[in-house]
Each structure stands twice: as structure tokens, then as C-alpha cells.
Design a protein around this ligand. Structure first.
Ligand SMILES: NC(=O)c1ccc[n+]([C@@H]2O[C@H](COP(=O)([O-])OP(=O)(O)OC[C@H]3O[C@@H](n4cnc5c(N)ncnc54)[C@H](O)[C@@H]3O)[C@@H](O)[C@H]2O)c1
Length: 333
């Protein structure tokens, strides 16, 4: 099989490229990435000789159309996106350009050339947020109620993917995944940010709503879920991908500090981001019962391994600190 993996130099995309070449050594992988501040060739350093890397934009229709044809691509997996909610507050336009228009352009190229599968990576955040004290969860049938520019742009992309299936018969699947963590995550996202700050004895910025919770999945479990959907998922279907493991922002900070043996006094309260969602929790029973997928990495072990990875790979993340385009308190100025 020949795969085009977009956003392949980002956090989840690079983990997926590495996962795929190991799990499916006979397949050919092309990674397409614009190398924004979040994209990093170093994420692929250990697999570069086993893939073809192409520097380009998913929104460049002629480039992608030519690439799909020349490389005889069977399967597109679309990870490419602007992915940081905090940056979206400051610069929403780039989110709608890449996540909505870019995805539509990629779909159009896939429609024109013809592919066996177009798999789109989405997020739990399209469903909106949940109260902290409810038993409710989001199913694949839940309404889309995005509350932030990032969430809204991802929701728009999901609608475009479905429209290309219904209107043109493009063989699509979608996964809506909860929060990922693991190696190679840009040190702007909370676990990577807390870890890199704590290693250097810098304060950990906790949003004032410290009891807000997220559902956490190790990135390798996400990769296995996408593999399961590509292998035995039903075309036209959406699958929620979650672990069921929720942790508050306070619990995350305490866990990181504990692994590193750093003092709790590094925790510092900062104002909430505008539109800060309280909580998301997915009902992932469909992918479990229909495809036999389930999360395999316990959160405490995954967190300890991830924090340890950052401690051992300072040379990977130190150059990235100057590339982060937004500070967590930018909106209060
Ligand atoms: N990180 C999470 O917790 C999480 C959870 C659920 C879903 N997702 C989704 O997974 C996908 C990957 O997320 P991530 O955390 O790895 O993000 P990331 O920001 O680390 O990586 C995104 C990658 O896309 C590339 N990119 C951006 N615009 C591009 C364009 N126009 N053309 C080509 N490449 C472009 C970037 O250079 C980068 O390498 C995104 O679609 C995101 O919405 C992420």
C-alpha cells in the first residue's frame, strides 16, 4: 500500500509515520508537511531513509494532485492542521485557511485523482464542552457545538470530508480523538509545556479553572486506532477514539512535578484562555466493539515515560522554545 501522510512532521503525524513504517514495512510512505513552526524534520530523523518527505501545503491543489498521481497513492491520512487553541485566539484566520480550506483542497485533489481511502484526523473538541459534574459523554451522533476558532475550524473540516463522501462518493473515514500526549509534542501543549518548564525550574502556567479536565490518550494508542480504522473501518463512518481516562490540569501538573522530583511551588495560576472548554469525554464504544481497538498504555506509565523522554531529549526541544508563536497570557494584554 502507498500512503500519503499529511502533517507528517508534526507531533502525531511523525509518531504515525514511525509507527507505520515499523508495523507495515512493505508499504511506501510519503510525508507531506508545510513545516510551520510546529513542523520539524528532526521528528522524522530516524525514519527519513525509509520514507519520501515532501515540503508543501495541503492547500496547494496542483502540487497535491500531481503528488497523488505520480506516487500512485492509495490512502491519504490527513493530520495536517493548525492545532494550538491558544494561537487560534490570537490568529484565527490561519486556522480556517489550513483546517477548512486546506482540507477541502486536499479532498478535491483526492477526488480528482481517485484514492482507495481518505482518512481524516479530527478531535473531540468539535462536540463542544461538558459540565464538570455530568455523566454525559459525546457519541458519534452528538451535535457539533464548537466554541473556539480551532474547534470550529476542525468542525468545518469534518463537514467538508462528509460532503465529499455524500456528494462525490469519496471513500472517507474520520476519527475524533481525545487529547494526545507522548514524545515529539511541541512544547506549547500542556504536558510538554509543563514538563519542559519544570525541567528548567520555570513556573508551570495553570489556567485559573484548574479543575477543568481532559481525556488523555498516548499517541501510540491513537496510531493503533487509525490503523484499525484503515484496516477494518467502514467507509463513510466516524469513530470516536478515547481512553476514558480524565485528569484535571492540577493533576497533570502534580504528576509531571512528581516524576521530575520538582516542588509544587512551581505551579502558577494564569488567567483562563477565552472560550476555555471545561471538559470533553468521548464514548468510544463504537471503535471498541466494531473494530476491537482499546487503549493499551496506562496513563501514569505513559506520563512517566513521556516526561522521562523530554528529560533525556533536551537537544530536541530547546531549539523549539524560540519558535513558539504565542505566550499563554497573550490575550490579557
Ligand atoms: N494533539 C492532540 O491532542 C490532538 C487530539 C485530537 C486530534 N488532533 C488532530 O491531530 C492532527 C495533528 O495534531 P498534532 O498535535 O500532531 O499537531 P502539530 O501542530 O504538532 O502538527 C501539525 C503538522 O501539520 C503541519 N501543517 C500545518 N499546516 C499545514 C499545511 N497547510 N500543509 C501541510 N502541512 C501543514 C505542520 O507543519 C505540523 O507538522 C491535527 O489535525 C489535530 O487537529 C490532535
Amino acid at each position: 500500500m502507498r500512503l500519503l501522510i499529511t502533517g507528517g512532521a508534526g507531533f502525531i503525524g511523525s509518531n504515525f509515520v514511525r509507527y507505520w513504517v515499523d508495523a507495515h514495512p512493505d508499504d511506501e510512505v510519503v510525508a507531506l508537511d508545510l513545516l510551520t513552526y510546529a513542523g520539524n524534520r528532526a521528528n522524522l530523523a530516524d525514519v527519513e531513509d525509509r520514507i519520501l518527505f515532501v515540503h508543501g501545503d495541503i492547500g496547494d491543489l496542483s502540487l497535491v494532485e500531481t503528488l497523488l498521481g505520480d506516487q500512485s497513492i492509495d490512502v491519504v491520512v490527513n493530520f495536517a492542521a493548525e492545532s494550538h487553541n491558544s494561537l487560534a485566539v490570537i490568529d484565527p484566520g490561519r486556522f480556517f485557511r489550513t483546517n477548512v480550506i486546506g482540507t477541502q483542497s486536499l479532498l478535491e485533489a483526492a477526488r480528482r485523482v481517485g484514492v482507495a481511502r481518505f482518512h481524516h484526523i479530527s478531535t473531540c473538541e468539535v462536540y463542544g464542552d461538558l459540565p464538570l459534574d455530568t455523566d454525559e459523554t459525546f457519541t458519534e451522533e452528538s451535535s457539533y457545538r464548537p466554541r473556539t476558532p480551532y474547534n470550529a475550524s476542525k468542525a468545518g473540516a469534518d463537514h467538508a470530508v462528509r460532503a465529499y463522501h455524500e456528494t462525490y462518493g469519496l471513500p472517507v473515514t474520520i476519527t475524533n480523538c481525545c487529547n494526545n500526549y507522548g514524545p515529539y509534542q511541541f512544547p506549547e501543549k500542556v504536558i510538554a509545556l509543563f514538563t519542559t518548564n519544570a525541567i528548567d525550574d520555570r513556573p508551570l502556567p495553570l489556567y485559573a479553572s484548574t479543575e477543568n479536565r481532559r481525556e488523555w490518550l498516548h499517541v501510540l494508542d491513537h496510531c493503533r486506532a487509525v490503523d484499525a480504522v484503515l484496516d477494518r473501518g467502514t467507509v463513510g463512518e466516524t469513530y470516536n477514539v478515547g481512553s476514558g481516562v480524565e485528569r484535571s490540569i492540577t493533576q497533570i501538573a502534580d504528576g509531571v512535578l512528581d516524576v521530575l522530583g520538582k516542588p509544587l511551588s512551581l505551579k502558577t495560576i494564569v488567567p483562563d484562555r477565552p472560550g476555555h472548554d471545561r471538559r470533553y469525554l468521548l464514548d468510544s464504544s463504537k471503535i471498541k466493539s466494531e473494530l476491537g481497538w482499546h487503549a493499551t498504555i496506562p496513563f501514569e506509565k505513559g506520563l512517566a515515560d513521556t516526561v522521562t523522554w523530554y528529560a533525556a531529549n533536551r537537544e530536541w526541544w530547546t531549539p523549539l522554545l524560540d519558535r513558539a508563536p504565542v505566550e499563554e497570557t497573550a490575550w490579557v494584554r
